[in-house]
Write a protein that binds this ligand. Structure first.
Ligand code: DGY
Length: 417
């Protein structure tokens, strides 16, 4: 095995806390939802039982209504804010009260399809399948009660792209007062210039305080939240997850399950299409409070390809070329021509390996092999040069945020396959 593969595996083993993998030591000391889905796929390359264990441990945090929380607080740590006491969700294990982009069905299907231990994988996937079904039902019922085909996200942390410029105009209307005392820990681990600003955190925590006061009740949260967005990233990832769930349902589910998933998919595809912005050549998110399309083009706008919506693949390829004329490496998280593009600050410009992986899969599925190859080659080159960083500056390639990120290591393993 190459030194590089050994190093990627070592990152996952070092970040293993007993069946679950922390995103990185100190900065993120618990189990995160979408991180773990990518990480499970990475474990699947070299340790299948451990990959399944990752998913089971995440699902230990699943709520009765089907919600798969953004964070499962398996063990106490002072290294992270906001911890379980701020969320005030009384469960064992404690969890946060919001979710994250649903990659779990995609991870489960991939692990099953590629398993060398077929019998074990069938048994694992059969056990996980009802939990995935419950999770996707939750998305429809809790976040799209009007059956529009687009689910709502209620917090920037739910989008996974916390401080994206796409959310700026919406966050402007979120008050900055908090009842919880803000004691940030992230800036003790990482240069504050690379992280969200203080005012962003005030608004992030304002929303947490609001939802806690609403008792973490899904319907009340949806009504009360000033941040209510049809995030193109989440909706595209969910569409992909529904396709993967449908494939799992063909093996483990009932005809009624398959019909329900097909109905949701049939609603989602035309709804995602309403986010297409012809002049910009990309999909963008919609504010569900005011109804407007949000002004910033971000890397999430390529993800409908990953979700199986391929009709604008040619224009999306042209948009990618346009972006790449301005930066050295693919894919910046924000349009590099946008005035709010910041190449070093978290989701306002840097490259994220997991997003690259999904966009490359999308281009490949849509028959655009050249774009897929470019994105995969850049991702491999960046990791080869800088290590398993949290994210990378698209203008210089500099790795940022520390060098032992589980999901970056997982993507390196997937790309080396
Ligand atoms: C953080 O705390 O920065 C995370 O992105 C929240 O999920």
């Amino acid at each position: 095995m190459s030194e590089r593969l050994q190093a990627a595996q070592a990152v996952l083993r070092t970040n293993d806390r007993g069946g679950y993998t922390v995103p990185t030591d100190r900065l993120y000391p618990f189990q995160w939802n979408w991180d773990s889905a990518f990480v499970a796929m990475g474990w699947g390359i070299f340790d299948e039982p451990r990959a399944w264990r990752e998913i089971h441990r995440l699902l230990e945090g699943q709520w009765e209504d089907g919600l798969v929380p953004q964070i499962v607080f398996h063990a106490p740590s002072d290294d992270y804010f906001p911890g379980p006491e701020v969320w005030g969700v009384r469960r064992d294990p404690p969890t946060s009260g919001i979710t994250q982009p649903p990659v779990l069905a995609t991870a489960t299907r991939r692990l099953l399809d590629r398993a060398s231990d077929r019998a074990a994988a069938e048994a694992e996937a059969a056990a996980i399948y009802p939990r995935l079904l419950a999770s996707h039902r939750w998305w429809a019922e809790a976040r799209d009660p009007g059956r529009t085909g687009l689910v709502a996200t209620l917090h920037p942390w739910e989008t996974g792209m916390d401080n994206s410029p796409a959310w700026d105009s919406i966050l402007d209307r979120v008050p900055t007062e908090t009842t919880s005392e803000i004691r940030r820990r992230d800036t003790a681990h990482i240069d504050p210039a690379f992280r969200p600003r203080a005012i962003d955190y005030q608004r992030f925590i304002h929303l947490v305080d609001l939802f806690r006061a609403e008792g973490w009740d899904a319907a009340r949260m949806l009504r009360a939240s000033p941040f209510r967005v049809a995030d193109v990233g989440t909706n595209a990832i969910l569409a992909r997850a529904e396709r993967d769930l449908l494939a799992l349902a063909a093996r483990f589910g009932s005809a009624a399950d398959r019909a329900a998933i097909e109905t949701r998919l049939a609603r989602a595809e035309p709804a995602i299409e309403t986010l297409w912005q012809k002049a910009a050549g990309i999909y963008r998110s919609r504010d569900l409070v005011g109804g407007e399309i949000l002004p910033a083009s971000t890397s999430a706008g390529f993800l409908p390809l990953f979700g199986g919506v391929h009709r604008h693949a040619e224009q999306l390829a042209a948009t990618l070329e346009d972006w790449l004329a301005r930066v050295r490496f693919a894919v910046p998280s924000t349009d590099p021509a946008h005035p709010m593009f910041e190449p070093l600050r978290y989701w306002r410009g840097p490259i994220w390996a997991v997003v690259n992986w999904m966009i490359a899969e999308g281009f490949a599925d849509a028959g655009r092999a050249a774009q897929a190859a470019r994105i995969r080659a850049d991702t491999r080159a960046l990791i080869g040069r800088e290590g398993f960083s949290e994210y990378f500056d698209p203008t210089t390639g500099q790795g940022i945020g520390g060098g032992t990120f589980s999901w970056t290591a997982a993507i390196d393993l997937l790309l080396a396959e």
